[in-house]
Design a binder for this molecule. Structure first.
Ligand SMILES: [Zn+2]
Length: 337
């Protein structure tokens, strides 16, 4: 552990605006970067959105939910492959040991806003409800000042996990959409994506340049890691759906990440975005399209938003999803009697 040089605590605050937690490229500052002016955009009445009560009395709560109940088949498959690589897990844990955790904790407390009952209570309530619906303990939640709409989770097995949301994301999304994002991050915790997600997050954030890391991670392993990550994202979009219980909410989040802004919100159309997703499938179904599609996605830590939208729409119509809702409803009814 001591032989692995660690970055100074200041590193994360100067991170490059590459996206990980919610989507897009792993190493580029290009892409869906929103101008900071969006942060001050106002609604039609000239004021920022005023949050109403966030009570979700009508939501189905999954009291006995297990990660494997909603884990995407690709996630299952790729997790097995990663686990089979000797020494990988130990390397991850070594790189992300207690010192790293301490650095992150101090970074969070020192530079972000910690959400609680007394600090941004509506946001806190959204997190508490989402965690309740997914049957897990709510992690710490922080808000980071950033023009890049993003959210991410850092969790090291057995340690206190946390979720960070960026201010521009809060501005971009409705309350339900924001809760779906929190649920997506909770999905990573529920599925114990822990070490590998954190590993990838650190690489993606670009803040932690651990000397020698390139030597540790051969290209093939990196590809494998990112292939797994893309599968893990599909799983966590399912967690978002389990909380939102409306596929349009999750699709709208993906659409906004692809090209939303607060001033466009009123005219954005989730159905049209889904249609766009289907046309992408069609356009990439011939051999040339297939090749381009592969090249387009191989370097991504997240699947393309259109593919995620189509995937979650499919799952929302699946028997698996319907059975989960029905089973949870039955359990809730029994407990109410
Ligand atoms: Zn994610």
């Amino acid at each position: 552990m001591a032989s692995i040089p660690l970055p100074p605590p200041v590193a994360l605050s100067t991170h490059k605006p590459s996206l990980h937690g919610l989507g897009f490229k792993r190493s580029s500052s290009s892409g869906a970067r929103l101008a900071s002016s969006l942060l001050v955009l106002k609604t039609e009445n000239g004021r920022r959105r005023v949050r109403s009560s966030v009570c979700r009395a009508s939501a189905v709560v999954f009291r006995d939910l297990d990660a494997d109940d909603f884990r995407h088949p690709l996630d299952k498959q790729n997790t097995l492959i990663l686990r089979a690589i000797p020494g990988l897990n130990d390397l991850g844990k070594a790189l992300l040991g207690s010192v790293t955790e301490q650095i992150m904790l101090l970074e969070n407390i020192g530079t972000l806003v910690l959400v609680s009952k007394n600090q941004l209570p509506d946001l806190h309530q959204l997190m508490v409800e989402a965690a309740q619906i997914l049957n897990l303990e709510p992690p710490d939640l922080y808000v980071r000042q950033s023009p890049v709409p993003n959210a991410y989770t850092l969790a090291i097995s057995g340690k206190k996990p946390f979720v960070v949301v960026h201010t521009s994301l809060v501005e971009l999304l409705t309350q339900k959409e924001l809760q779906a994002v929190l649920a997506h991050e909770l999905g990573h915790l529920k599925c114990d994506h822990g070490v590998w997600l954190t590993f990838a997050n650190i690489l993606t954030l670009g803040a932690y340049s651990v000397p020698g890391l390139g030597g540790f991670i051969a290209q093939s392993l990196e590809d494998q890691l990112f292939r797994w990550l893309r599968a893990a994202e599909f799983t966590c979009d399912r967690a978002a759906l389990l909380v939102a219980q409306d596929s349009k909410v999750v699709i709208s989040v993906l659409m906004k990440l692809a090209g939303g802004s607060p001033s466009l919100a009123d005219q954005l159309n989730a159905d049209a975005f889904l249609e766009q997703a289907r046309s992408y499938d069609k356009a990439s179904s011939n051999p040339v399209g297939w090749y381009i599609r592969n090249a387009q996605t191989r370097q991504l830590s997240h699947p393309l938003p259109v593919l995620r939208a189509r995937e979650i729409d499919d799952w929302s119509r699946s028997q698996e999803y319907k059975d989960l809702l029905r089973r949870a409803g039955q359990i809730n009814n029994v407990q109410r009697v």
